[in-house]
Design a protein around this ligand. Structure first.
Ligand code: NAG
Ligand code: NAG
Ligand code: NAG
Length: 318
């Protein structure tokens, strides 16, 4: 008897023995375990893994040196930055992106110094984009509202430079380590720095979308920006993930050996947001009525100041 005949007989025997419910359960188990095998390697729950765009002309004359703390700090490179924290590269003028790097901020002056030196050194070495660093300072004593500040950074930086077409929203305490992690907008909104030293370079959950992200100006408008209501620590980036997922289906990430970053150590983040579960329960219901469309009612701009390595925008929240 051939192996196929044997198999057929065995299956027929089982077919008699099992009732409908048992067959159904076996069918479901087979589908659950076999279906993922048919998906491409790049698919993961909630995101797609992409290769970083190739750096077209990384700066040859600059080497990245880490100091004793592991941070980049190259004074020659810092000298190439224009007042206000702006840098223009001299490469691939056709497809060059104009990028605003938006950093929400309050009171972390020590982090800011390290961040500026490290980030300019890193981005000038990559030499991939025209960029400007905007520090958005919450100039009041209310609970920190990170997402509100990111929206303000979007609106105010575009007000200063209408040609900005790509945004990088970045926390001040996160630093990219791998020069291959290309800082620019790609097809979909993208999470940078998915793998942090603080979490032993493990992605802590598949829909994580905080810390550092890229999104085009047009895509950011399409989701009405961030919610302005997350006052206090946490929740706003999960809200934003849902908006983006609703609009675009997936986010992108780079592979785990590329998207590695370090987090500067610090103490407590301040009071957490007690309302966040309530807000997260109805993200899509609020999407069109809470965000860029309601931003003007949420703040008063106090000042715009240019410093050698950054432009600071101070805002008081209502
Ligand atoms: C970076 O380098 C400059 C001089 O090159 C130095 O004054 C500064 O303290 C350094 N900063 C850090 C954080 O190492
Ligand atoms: C908010 O204010 C700015 C300038 O002050 C204006 O250009 C913009 O259209 C306003 N946005 C909305 C949604 O009203
Ligand atoms: C501890 C500390 O420095 N707090 C300051 C943080 O920033 C706000 C607004 O700029 C100040 O009012 C606080 O005193």
């Amino acid at each position: 008897m051939s192996i196929w005949t044997n198999l057929r007989i065995t299956l027929l025997k089982w077919n008699d023995r099992l009732n409908f419910v048992e067959k159904f359960i076996i069918f479901i188990l087979l589908v659950t375990f076999l279906f993922p095998l048919t998906l491409p390697n790049s698919y993961h729950f909630g995101y797609v893994e992409i290769q970083p765009p190739k750096l077209l002309c990384p700066h040859k004359q600059f080497d990245l040196h880490k100091n004793a703390y592991g941070y980049f700090n190259n004074s020659e490179q810092l000298a190439a930055v224009n007042n206000g924290g702006q840098y223009s590269n001299h490469c691939d003028s056709k497809h060059k992106q104009r990028v605003a790097i938006i950093v929400p901020f309050r009171n972390r002056t020590e982090h800011l110094k390290i961040f500026l030196q490290h980030m300019h050194s890193f981005l000038i070495k990559q030499n991939q984009i025209d960029y400007q660093i905007f520090i958005i300072e919450q100039a009041d004593d209310k609970p920190f509202n990170r997402a509100n500040l990111l929206n303000i950074g979007f609106q105010e930086s575009i007000g200063l430079d209408h040609k900005i077409d790509c945004f990088i929203f970045h926390d001040v305490d996160i630093l990219p380590m791998n020069i291959e992690q290309t800082y620019s907008c790609t097809k979909l909104p993208k999470h940078l720095c998915s793998y942090l030293d603080k979490f032993r370079f493990v992605l802590i959950y598949p829909t994580l979308f905080g810390g550092a992200i890229t999104i085009s100006a047009e895509q950011f408008r399409q989701v009405n920006g961030y919610s302005n209501l997350y006052s206090g620590w946490g929740g706003e980036d999960d809200d934003f993930y849902q908006r983006v997922q609703h609009q675009f289906g997936l986010i992108e990430r780079y592979p785990s050996d590329v998207a590695r970053c370090i987090m500067i150590k610090h103490g407590h983040d301040g009071p957490s947001n007690v309302e966040r579960q309530k807000l997260l329960a109805d993200v899509l219901g609020r999407m069109s009525i809470d965000g860029l469309s309601t931003l003007n009612q949420t703040y008063v701009r106090k000042s715009i100041e240019s410093y050698p390595l950054y432009t600071k925008i101070r805002a008081e929240l209502n």
